[in-house]
Design a protein around this ligand. Structure first.
Ligand SMILES: [Fe+2]
Length: 188
């Protein structure tokens, strides 16, 4: 039987997945390169499957599942992505994914699933996008180190750690193909 703390954790996971989905959808819809747009929509699809996973856990525990509504912070990120393009939020999103990449490792409900592996893969894909997108912008990161369950949280201040972002152009050539594998897989 799930305890109160478990239910809270399910809800926190659920909200985070709802937020991620909304952000990736906004990034996909505002991305002009169809291949990169596909990467974002694939990420959104995977996060949607994670929403459904936590909805199942909540229902099994006899809890009500609220309508899927992104947090206000996530709505701001999505708004910026739609107005300024996905590159304006890419470093912020990548930082959050990196901070959260192991969030499911110690959550017993996800053992036997590929959820942890997928979250870690998202981090690699976004890291590669950051390194290879010639239009990449150096965005501030609006996350504090972690929330109650180890999840990264937005904060209204610059946390002071910016990902190293380079502005070099990378040609998708045979020599870079091996390093690009996660990104190539995400496009397919
Ligand atoms: Fe996820």
């Amino acid at each position: 039987m799930a305890q109160r703390a478990d239910i809270e954790r399910y809800r926190e996971n659920w909200q985070d997945e709802v937020d991620s989905t909304a952000e990736y959808r906004a990034m996909s819809e505002s991305e002009s390169d169809p291949k990169i747009a596909k990467v974002y929509s694939n990420l959104a699809r995977m996060e949607e499957a994670h929403i459904a996973f936590w909805e199942d856990r909540l229902r099994t525990a006899g809890e009500m599942v609220r309508p899927r509504r992104p947090s206000w912070r996530s709505r701001v990120v999505a708004w910026i992505a739609r107005r300024l393009g996905p590159d304006a939020v890419l470093s912020t999103i990548a930082a959050k994914e990196a901070a959260d990449r192991n969030v499911y490792v110690k959550q017993p409900e996800t053992s036997g699933t590929r959820m942890s592996a997928k979250e870690q893969w998202h981090t690699r894909v976004l890291g590669q996008l950051l390194r290879t997108q010639p239009r990449g912008l150096s965005g501030r990161q609006f996350f504090s180190a972690s929330g109650p369950n180890g999840r990264a949280k937005f904060a209204n201040r610059d946390f002071g750690r910016e990902l190293p972002i380079t502005f070099r152009k990378v040609v998708f050539s045979a020599t870079t193909h091996l390093q690009m594998r996660p990104l190539v897989r995400a496009i397919q």
